[in-house]
Design a protein around this ligand. Structure first.
Ligand SMILES: Cc1cc2nc3c(=O)[nH]c(=O)nc-3n(C[C@H](O)[C@H](O)[C@H](O)COP(=O)(O)O)c2cc1C
Length: 252
């Protein structure tokens, strides 16, 4: 090909583009296991944080080792059998009716992981994964519940696309600390916990069901209340928590 030929220029550009895309593809595929491993570490760190078991500087896998991961069927609240877990055909879940879909999920999975923390063989807390729509994004969190099945031990929002400084304050550890000791359910079983506008009351029973609002981010806060209402209601983890409660009763 002549040195100043236009085809030679096209050929060089094409070759360069092919080499670069091959390099990018190889790098992306090569880094995938590392990305997966980082994602898993981050999830584990957030589960530990919600449970109050995270210790800075300590190995995440070692801290996570005593936590037992199990899978439940959301609709019944029952643990999955080994056959169900091994089954190759993973269920797709179901599309939620709009009146049920208060957390904006659209698709609800059939199974969910739950993370159990035991002390001297007895269940001490359960960490549950929750998610729901905020103003701009789906917000993901882990909620740790005491063995009384209503008191919150901690929460950790670990992924969202809300505005930093506004809705993004859901990842502020100070705000998350305000969840500790709050109650999900009233004594008659109603799901009362809400993020309110302003500051939670300092005294009285109501304060147990109130989380401080996020200033300038009422819409994100509403999303947080709705996702809690969904996940601790009939379509979320309530059947599972009722199963645990009944099992506890029958054990004496
Ligand atoms: C650029 C921009 C980003 C915003 N990001 C958020 C957000 O992440 N979460 C939120 O609830 N409101 C956000 N808002 C504000 C909402 O539009 C709305 O005004 C606010 O939720 C009302 O909250 P307030 O009643 O506490 O002021 C944003 C507004 C602007 C202009």
């Amino acid at each position: 090909m002549a040195k100043d030929s236009i085809f030679r220029s096209y050929y060089t550009v094409l070759l360069l583009a092919l080499v670069c895309s091959a390099l990018i593809a190889v790098t992306a595929v090569g880094l995938r296991p590392q990305q997966e491993s980082n994602r898993l570490q981050d999830r584990r760190k957030n589960i530990l944080y919600a449970a109050g078991l995270y210790e800075k500087g300590k190995n995440i896998d070692e801290l996570f080792a005593p936590i037992e991961t199990r899978y439940i069927e959301l609709a019944t609240g029952l643990y999955l059998s080994a056959e169900q877990l091994d089954s190759k055909s993973k269920p797709k879940g179901r599309v939620l009716e709009s009146e049920e879909d208060i957390a904006g999920l659209h698709l609800l999975e059939q199974y969910s992981p739950v993370y159990l923390v035991k002390q001297n063989g007895k269940l001490s807390q359960i960490i549950l994964p929750v998610r729901g729509k905020g103003l701009w994004s789906t917000m993901y969190a882990y909620v740790a519940i005491d063995s009384d099945l209503t008191t919150i031990r901690g929460i950790s929002f670990y992924e969202h696309g809300e505005t930093p400084g506004l809705g993004g304050e859901i990842e502020n550890r100070k705000w998350q600390e305000g969840w500790q000791g709050k109650k999900l359910y009233t004594p008659d079983g109603g799901m009362e916990l809400r993020v309110i506008k302003g500051t939670a009351e300092a005294t009285g029973d109501k304060r147990l069901y109130q989380i401080d609002g996020l200033s300038g981010a009422t819409l994100t806060a509403k999303g947080v209340s709705k996702l809690m209402e969904f996940w601790f209601g009939e379509h979320g983890f309530k059947p599972y928590l009722l199963q645990l409660k009944n099992r506890d009763k029958s054990n004496g």
